[in-house]
Design a protein around this ligand. Sequence first.
Ligand code: WT7
Length: 646
Amino acid sequence: MSEKIYDVSPEWASRAFIDDAKYQDMYARSVSDPNGFWGEQAQRIGWIKPFTKVENTSFAPGHISIKWFEDGVLNVAWNCIDRHLPDRAEQTAIIWEGDDPSDSRKISYRELHDEVCKFANILRSRNVQKGDRVTIYLPMIPEAAFAMLACARIGAIHSVVFAGFSPDSLAQRITDCQSKIVITADEGLRGGRKVPLKANVDAALKKCEGVDWVVVVKRTGADVFMDDVRDFWYAEAAEMVTTDCPCEPMHAEDPLFILYTSGSTGQPKGVLHTSGGYLVFAAMTHQYVFDYHDGDIYWCTADVGWVTGHSYILYGPLANGATTLMFEGVPNYPTNSRFWEVIDKHKVNIFYTAPTAIRALMQGGDEPVKKTSRKSLRLLGSVGEPINPEAWEWYHRVVGEDRCPIVDTWWQTETGGILITPLPGATKLKPGSATRPFFGVVPQILDADANVLEGECQGNLCLARSWPGQMRTVYGDHARFEQTYFSAYPGKYFTGDGCRRDADGYYWITGRVDDVINVSGHRMGTAEVESSLVAHAKVSEAAVVGYPHDIKGQGIYAYVTLMDGTEPTEELRKELVAWVRKDIGPIASPDLIQFAPSLPKTRSGKIMRRILRKIAEDEPSTLGDTSTLADPAVVEDLVEHRQNKR
Ligand code: WT7
């Protein structure tokens, strides 16, 4: 691992909100006096009724309870919009850049107010009330932001489902939270290709009940099926409502949104975030990590279907009165220069993307980057998976021309916001390390016997105490929340990540230690892919693991045992890939499938994944002890027929 160190430049130390001395002071206070610290930080947002209590949290077994600012009352949409109107009504809130480079739009805070009120009034006119769940299945168009903020305005709980998910995955998520209304578009547009969103919704709704309304936003103008009773066009409904919609007063602990994420079982979990603590944490991290100053143009390339889009396209930036860029397209359309052209077109100062995109663009060489100016860029960010030092160096040298610090931000859907990260005016950088904890965050590294390790060490990453952006529960299943995050190490939140701490106290995330793989920065539960494979009539058993992939970080490697008498053909291999793709979505497509006559199992019948992982990683010499296997000969066959990478 690279041990090159990049110092904070004197310009950065003086211009940034936080220099190193301030980081040390504030961090010390955040852990010695959390109530005082967070009580002050919470003043950065507006409260309808001020809170009197700050932290009320417990990680005690059987009593997991997380509440922040609980007697305060606020509205998240008011904080993201109305609060800015006196000073910034005409300032651009959202720059929308379409898939086609000739398509863009600027939305001022006043326009945002009007659009969100209209959308909120449409929802209210369909009897959506405080606490109701609203499923949003939209591409990256401004209406996605309007819809989310409209929910926040009236106190409805949004559940955004990434538009790359299949009808089945969508149906599963609608059913789990019992949404009565779904918001979608006729079609999405990405990299010049159309995505049949309305048709997907129609297919999903054949598999679930209880949806009374489908709101359809026109994006491409495609001719789509419209149910006379259930479906209606957004534009037509918007003509019938006013731009005036009072904000629902919400308690700090009232839910803001649900976001489904994969875990180690087949069923995705509904991660629940609430209003007050989440917004304080999203706004604060956005300001300090990206050193956001008034007037900066900020661009996070994530999709609103993931938590990064929630916290760092929408809620954090808008709570800070920022100008946030929303991009419909992909990094390589029409050409590999697209990101850098968008940066030049809109004079972007702060750019936040994922290692997988950086690696893919790095493969195209320096020229597509160098032909653009990028003079406006000041700060770069990375999120989603560990960034390998080579990609870090390229991002720094070629994209940032050695003048832009890189903030490598570690966090999770569950954490609501960034927890381990450099602060650009305070933290020396080491390529590949997420560096140091953010304020109020107390990371601990534990060994398998639950000993807390000190100093330089490697083990499993836990968080010893709560922070305001923490998820509150798994929607509808608090027992699962406790079981998933608080049972491995009682009294602590277990992240599921492995981690090393170096002699300088810097954290290096080594990747997931559970049955979750990280494909292009997206979390995929191996169990989900397995249950999809075994649902195929020709498959008898399946085991899925991750393996190192040049661009995606991890690829999906599936071992498949076929039904007796079934021929293992190339056609079947393709059929199984297409099957999973259709069943879950393109992000779950297996990269490699190995037909295995049988899988390595213990005598009690448990599949030995450790061994399958080693084979997929092409490290058969480190298989370890195979003597406990019911039939050790199985392993030799698997090693011999291992599929080639890439
Ligand atoms: C998992 C969370 C939170 C935004 C996107 C992913 C991995 C995330 C980093 C980073 C190393 C990272 C972890 C984590 N991860 N950021 N900077 N360095 N690993 O959200 O889908 O909830 O996945 O992504 O393994 O647990 P997510």
